[in-house]
Design a protein around this ligand. Structure first.
Ligand SMILES: Nc1ncnc2c1ncn2[C@@H]1O[C@H](COP(=O)(O)OP(=O)(O)O)[C@@H](O)[C@H]1O
Ligand SMILES: O=C(CO)[C@H](O)[C@@H](O)COP(=O)(O)O
Length: 505
């Protein structure tokens, strides 16, 4: 009987599952939005039961669409947004809502840690990354001070995919690529580190961290309870899985230096792999990659499609309902609206900082240049352009650490929009290649399952066999020069806004 691999991806916005043949062909996929709760300003959370239901639902849908027997699934692997934090008591019962990595409640802790000279001398050489509000170290410090009973009752600290794996198997682990992006890990020595936790004022966390596992380690088997909830077969093996920024990278074929990878989902992720780790306080992050010879160098912030998602939720409820009643997604409608406008038609600029920025201190989101003749379609175009410009700012910063890329690949939800991907190519003035799968993260993590089961001897072999580049989007020169002028204006206005944001608007 033919065997298949299942990948599951819990992003900051969408929960996805997909089924692949052993050589990486997608058989079926399913997506469900998980509600982002904002109980207080700067808090971004999700209900743990809704998260589990969403996972059960996408797994069931994939099984039904694929029309296979669940016992044909050789193995499962998970990925998900890094950071944020998902915590439970010793029985595995959640002690708090899941906290998504867009959360910025813990700003004060970050400021105090950066003022401490030990950050540069003792912490950075071990963590190799900036420390920021959505990281578990900051959120746990906040919980310790503001919700001591929650902090004390917590026995297990998970990243989202590790929590969902725990729900599937009953076994608690943290997988290392994901852990390496959290400041909880001594990345240099690949271990937990009591001195690091003490620096962040959360020494007690050492006892709450589950054992570390590699991406391709067996991390349990589908339990009877989970099988009943999902339709999976009891005993199906589950791999450690990977951090979603690595999953999308490996699914985009990042197996050697020279390729720039953009992932445009909730977050703006811009990355490449290097043989030597980059350790610099001005870089967002170096993390452990799923190929042993490489490190993942990343410039990122929560400034990508999460901004469109917010705009749709706040201002396009009616259009969304109408589109869905007509069998279309609201995203398709947005793409049409953008396609009806041109970049030169409007000077409207959007700063995509609804969830903050880590390149511009104190930044808020905003539109500049709005006029009465602007229609919603111009506003949606400005949101798309602002998101691309924020990626470009990160890419300019990232390229300080590497050669001009030989090629550029793009992944994430935005790749479903032809008009948006063309905008990326025009703005970057580079051809952009896309691996043609519905979900890149699920494919990347399915490779861990393939290696764990011995179908391939390494993640590199798996990537070479399972990744097929589909489309290349070539920049349109005329549009490129229009966007270049607009991008320069975006950067100039950003600079001018900085003192205003600093003073408070
Ligand atoms: N057809 C589409 N057209 C335009 N944007 C889309 C489309 N499909 C998804 N998106 C955007 O991609 C986002 C989801 O991307 P994804 O990579 O799945 O995010 P995450 O993993 O962070 O949940 C959505 O919030 C939406 O803004
Ligand atoms: O930790 C992170 C970046 O360092 C983010 O959480 C990222 O993983 C989000 O991914 P996204 O939700 O956009 O898929």
């Amino acid at each position: 009987m033919e065997k298949f691999l299942m990948g599951i991806d819990n992003g900051g916005t969408l929960t996805k599952a997909a089924l692949y043949t052993i050589d990486g062909k997608e058989v079926a996929s399913a997506t469900r939005k998980t509600t982002m709760l904002m109980p207080e300003p700067y808090h971004t959370e999700r209900a743990m039961d809704e998260l589990w239901e969403a996972n059960c639902s996408v797994i069931q849908t994939v099984l039904a669409k694929a029309e296979i027997d669940a016992s044909q699934i050789a193995a499962i692997s998970l990925t998900g947004h890094g950071n944020g934090v998902y915590i439970t008591d010793q029985h595995g019962v959640p002690t708090y809502n899941g906290i998504i990595s867009t959360d910025s409640r813990a700003k004060a802790y970050i400021e105090s840690w950066y003022q401490d000279p030990a950050f540069e001398t003792e912490v950075l050489p071990k963590t190799m990354q900036s420390v920021w509000t959505g990281q578990p170290v900051a959120l746990l410090a906040w919980l310790k001070e503001k919700k001591r009973e929650v902090y004390d009752a917590t026995a297990f600290i998970f990243m989202v995919k590790d929590y969902v794996r725990f729900k599937l198997s009953g076994e608690a682990y943290l997988e290392i690529t994901d852990a390496s992006g959290t400041s909880l890990l001594n990345v240099r020595d690949r271990c937990y580190d009591a001195d690091l936790l003490a620096f962040f004022g959360i020494a007690e966390v050492m006892e709450k961290l589950p054992p570390l596992k590699e991406s391709t380690d067996v991390c349990g088997y589908v339990s009877k309870e989970a099988a009943e909830a999902t339709g999976l077969t009891v005993g199906t093996p589950i791999a450690g899985g990977i951090f979603d920024i690595s999953a999308s990278a490996v699914a985009s074929g990042l197996v050697e230096e020279g390729t720039l990878c953009i992932v445009a989902g909730t977050w703006s992720i811009n990355e490449f792999i290097t043989k030597k780790p980059v350790v610099d306080h001005a870089l967002f992050m170096t993390s452990i990659y799923c190929l042993p010879d490489y490190w993942l160098t990343t410039e990122a912030s929560p400034t990508s499609a999460s901004n469109l998602e917010w705009f749709i939720d706040q201002f396009m409820e009616l259009e969304k309902r109408e589109a869905e009643a007509g069998g279309r997604s609201v995203y398709e409608l947005c793409n049409e609206m953008v396609a009806q406008t041109t970049p030169e038609e409007s000077d409207l600029l959007f700063f995509p900082f609804l969830f903050g920025s880590n390149t511009v201190a104190h930044a808020n989101a905003g539109f500049i240049g709005m006029n009465s003749w602007h229609q919603k379609k111009h506003v949606v175009r400005a949101v798309y352009e602002g998101i691309v410009f924020s990626h470009l700012v990160h890419i300019e910063r990232l390229l300080r650490y590497g050669e001009k890329p030989k090629r550029c690949r793009i992944a994430g939800g935005v790749t479903k929009s032809a008009v948006w991907v063309q905008m990326f190519a025009d703005c970057l003035k580079l051809p952009i290649e896309i691996v043609e799968v519905n979900e890149h993260g699920t494919l990347g993590t399915a490779m861990c399952a393939a290696v764990m089961q011995g179908y391939y001897s390494s993640m590199k072999d798996a990537a070479e066999a399972m990744v097929q580049v589909g489309r290349t989007i070539v920049p349109n020169q005329e549009q490129s020069s229009i966007y270049a002028t607009k991008f320069q204006r975006y950067k100039d206005r950003l600079k001018q806004m900085e003192p205003i944001w600093k003073a408070g608007v």
